[in-house]
Design a protein around this ligand. Structure first.
Ligand code: SR1
Ligand code: MG
Length: 404
């Protein structure tokens, strides 16, 4: 019997003993360990456990029964199992681009993983207007390898269906179906966070646009029914650690089989939030780098996708001339549309982003929010016309002009 045979939510003072009990050998038996809670997300508790003498450290991430963002929201703690298993799988598809998992504990709903404290959270680094020249290269390698290689194009179909079954993630998907693909367009739960000076604009442009509502209704059912690839499911800049020469994607607890444009679109939208912040504070060189990174992310994705498709395609019909191009075009159209939904939900929904909410000057924040809403509508309503990185950048610049 150990005190970890029954689930409880750990505090800092429990975690050192927990690691010594569950992962004997990781630290010396008499190691003096200290733990600090460093979680920054909306859902879980993240502890960094350090042995002061050697500087050796690990991360323990535990799922609470209630979510951090709201004590009223309860989601299965199984999300932590999904996260651990996905990271182990992704380490095979995209080695060096995710943290190493040391183990997962089904009772405490906690996983133990590599400490990436030599990296930093991308969102905060971008809010300081730092640039990461390696990012587009790394994130496109990550996305092509984790997405295309888990599709029916590349995988034996029964194996792929077994993965679909194993990573069915109904509760976390429901959060996305509500917070991303419903509430930004009608506030039906009354829990949207709308910046007061934006209230009329949001009412007209988001709640009052029937053409937009129909387009998003179609996207919602595509999200729920297109089991195309094993997604990360929440690929924003708070799910990415960076340093100048390294990128690591973590926190895939929203993972499930869905349309791969959802992941790609999340990356692009979150780069636009960084651009919003840079523009508000006059960081011109940074903004140029962001636009170049958006362009490269789309174009490198396409280039690597084509190469990877030819290497890993196994399905006989997927080898039909013209299929690869049609498949990629549909992914780009989905990418544009889900860039739009992420732009909208982070601007008016329940879970906002600090890149925008910390803009102090009211006029600058209003401008940023209008850009997000207008560009988002452009991406959704004209999704078929987004074919290159330059097309994605042009929509940001169009919205910037229109919002003036
Ligand atoms: C209730 S959870 C709110 C948001 O936080 C997560 O990171 C997801 O993005 C989710 O939509
Ligand atoms: Mg998260």
């Amino acid at each position: 019997m150990s005190r970890y045979d029954t689930y409880f939510l750990m505090k800092c003072e429990d975690v050192g003993d927990y690691v010594q009990t569950k992962y004997p050998g990781h630290f010396a038996p008499d190691a003096k360990l200290t733990a600090k809670e460093i979680g920054d997300g909306n859902l879980n508790y993240v502890f960094r456990v350090v042995e002061e003498a050697s500087g050796k450290s690990v991360i323990v991430k535990q799922a609470g029964e209630a979510l951090r963002i709201s004590a009223d929201m309860h989601v299965s703690t199984d999300r932590n199992r999904i996260e651990s298993e996905i990271l182990q799988l992704q380490d095979k598809y995209a080695p060096g681009l995710v943290p190493k998992i040391y183990g997962y504990d089904t009772v405490m709903c906690a996983c133990c993983m590599e400490d990436l404290s030599d990296h930093e959270l991308m969102r905060y680094a971008l809010m300081r207007h730092e640039i990461f020249p390696q990012f587009a290269e790394d994130i496109t390698t990550y996305m092509v390898n984790t997405l295309l290689k888990t599709t029916d194009v590349a995988m034996e179909h029964k194996e792929k269906k077994a993965l679909v079954k194993s990573f069915i993630n109904p509760e976390l998907c429901e959060i996305t179906e509500d917070l991303v693909l419903t509430e930004p367009y009608n506030d039906n739960q009354g829990r949207n966070n709308v910046y007061p000076p934006m209230a009329d604009f949001v009412k007209k442009e988001l709640y009052g646009d029937e053409e937009l509502a129909l387009a998003v209704a179609k996207l919602k059912f595509e999200f729920m029914n297109n089991a195309q690839a094993l997604l990360h499911g929440d690929l924003h800049t708070g799910s990415i650690f960076v340093k100048k020469d390294s990128t690591r994607v973590f926190d895939p607890e929203f993972a499930f089989y869905g349309p791969m444009g959802y992941d790609i679109g999340n990356v692009i939208a979150n780069l636009i939030f960084a651009w919003d912040n840079g523009r508000a504070y006059g960081a011109e060189a940074f903004c140029q780098w962001i636009l170049k990174t958006i362009e490269e992310t789309v174009d490198l994705f396409c280039k690597k996708f084509v190469a990877c498709f030819d290497e890993c395609v196994t399905d006989r019909m997927a080898k039909t001339p013209g299929f690869r191009e049609a498949y990629l075009a549909s992914i780009l159209s989905d990418t544009a549309a889900y860039t739009g939904t992420e732009l909208h939900r982070r601007t008016v929904g329940m879970a906002n982003v600090k890149d925008v909410t910390t803009i102090k000057d009211e006029a600058a924040r209003v401008h940023a929010e209008k850009v997000n809403i207008l560009a988002g509508k452009d991406y959704i309503l004209h999704r078929e016309s987004f074919k290159t990185g330059a097309d994605f950048v042009a929509a940001v610049l169009r919205a910037d002009e229109a919002a003036k």
